[in-house]
Design a binder for this molecule. Structure first.
Ligand SMILES: Cc1ncc(C[n+]2csc(CCOP(=O)(O)OP(=O)(O)O)c2C)c(N)n1
Ligand SMILES: [Mg+2]
Length: 434
């Protein structure tokens, strides 16, 4: 090559450097490992300041790396975040959480008995959905993930309707078209659950913007898992929420696991999930998700703020997924069983129960009696729903209905597909009449 030809080099010489290394996160504990949570910074209950609901977003930012806690180890409610709820409300929340757990247990067994193909429990996370439902107005719009059944139960949606959906039976309002547990309840302000993770975040922000455009007074709220917060939809939602000061409360339920991937794969080793609020300039709170009172107080704070046109809030609920991801999962294959036992934030139902007992408003006997009543309530609802059929017994809706109700008028290509499918079925299985 002649002098003066070729690219002009202006960069620094690289020198003699070691090869680059890619970092791949690895969870602390695998099956059989001894679990030690001493690295977790769990602050004392009652120590976290409660800024005014009308404060500048930045005043909340220290709380994004803190942990809002109200219930202390003795079962007392302490500090500025104590929502000072009356015993009646506390008992109602306790009952709804216990009902959610009883429902989950029964449906899980139903799946094992072949009554449905799939179920997802929310064990250990009941405080988040139930306390949030209580802190919101009943007609505030919820865009849930699949682990907020507690909201539907708290809002009084009939258990029989939930089970009909899980069984995809004759009485299933969704006509067997959704995966079991993916409810949709417009009358209860509960948006259709989508299997495509994180889609509910931009939907909630958009709905809340529309509510503001219309001059309505209802706000929106949405829930995603920490794993789902790694999706692009999360960031698009945050941008829109910040830009338009949307009246929305965005919740990340950090239960440490996304099926078999630990929270490190969603960024959890670098900072807290709540800290993402800082980058968007919106309010952020990090809450002990197993503390019903702290969850209630945080949601109430954020809902009041949104309702007063003071903007969106991102809340991280720090919790632990006590059981498998779903009935298709076996967590013993990838995590230590000790994680649940050692989890330093305890169990949300036990903690609220202890609080009510400390107040002199509850007892072990009343709790045991309540559990018996709830098991019976769930059993009765199950029997009622079973009269409408169970999933294992084949189709419960005429075959052709699978093409209906999505479009007002079926587009020609779907019309063609429908006719072809119906013809094929009649040829292959002439014994099927519908
Ligand atoms: C867009 C998308 N990617 C992947 C999946 C498969 N998937 C279903 S649930 C799940 C884990 C989600 O974990 P997280 O968001 O933490 O919620 P959690 O189950 O812990 O409540 C994954 C990866 C999906 N349904 N949608
Ligand atoms: Mg998770």
């Amino acid at each position: 090559m002649e002098m003066g030809e070729g690219p002009v080099r202006t960069g620094k010489p690289r020198g003699n450097l070691p090869p680059l290394e890619l970092y791949v996160p690895e969870p602390r504990y695998r099956p059989g490992d001894t679990v030690d949570y001493s690295h977790l910074d769990i602050p004392e209950a009652g120590r976290q300041p409660r800024p005014d609901e009308a404060c500048e977003a930045r005043e909340t930012w220290p709380l994004t790396t803190d942990l809002i806690r109200v219930l202390d180890d003795e079962g007392s409610a302490v500090g500025p975040w104590n929502p000072n709820l009356d015993p009646e409300t506390l008992r109602r929340m306790l009952r709804t959480m216990a009902l959610t757990r009883a429902f989950d247990d029964r449906m899980y067994r139903g799946q094992r008995q072949g009554k449905t193909s799939f179920y997802m429990k929310s064990t250990g996370e009941e405080a988040i959905s139930v306390a949030c439902a209580h802190a919101l107005a009943d007609d505030d719009m919820v865009f849930p993930s699949y682990r907020q059944q507690g909201i539907l139960i708290a809002r009084g949606y009939p258990l029989v309707d939930m089970i009909n959906q899980i069984y995809s039976n004759r009485a299933d309002r969704l006509k067997g078209r959704q995966l079991p547990i993916m409810y949709s309840a417009r009358d209860y302000g509960f948006f259709t659950i989508s299997g495509n993770l994180a889609t509910q975040f931009p939907q909630a922000v958009g709905w809340s913007m529309a509510s503001a455009i219309k001059g309505d007074t209802r706000i929106a709220t949405s829930f995603i898992g920490e794993g789902s917060s790694a999706e692009g939809d999360f960031h698009a939602a945050m941008t829109f929420a910040a830009v338009y000061n949307a009246p929305v409360v965005l919740n990340i339920v950090n239960n440490q696991w996304a099926i078999s991937s630990f929270s490190g794969f969603a960024g959890g080793e670098r900072t807290t999930f709540a800290a993402r609020a800082v980058g968007y300039g919106i309010a952020g709170l990090r809450v002990d998700g197993n503390d019903t009172l702290a969850v209630y107080a945080a949601m109430e704070w954020a809902a009041n703020r949104a309702r007063a046109n003071l903007g969106p809030t991102l809340i991280e609920h720090f919790t632990y997924r006590a059981e498998g991801h779903s009935t298709s999962d076996d967590p013993a294959a990838y995590r230590s069983a000790q994680e649940r036992e050692e989890w330093p934030l305890g169990d949300p139902i036990s903690r609220l129960k202890a609080h009510l007992i400390a107040l002199g408003e509850w007892s072990d006997d009343r709790h045991a009696e309540m559990d018996r009543e709830l098991a019976e309530e769930v059993r009765a609802a199950t029997k009622e729903a079973e009269k409408n059929g169970i999933l294992g017994h084949g189709f419960h809706h005429p075959f052709h209905t699978m093409f209906e109700d999505v479009f007002e008028e079926l587009p020609w290509h779907l019309q063609e597909q429908a006719e072809q499918a119906i013809r094929e079925r009649q040829t292959k299985w002439p014994e099927w009449k519908e």
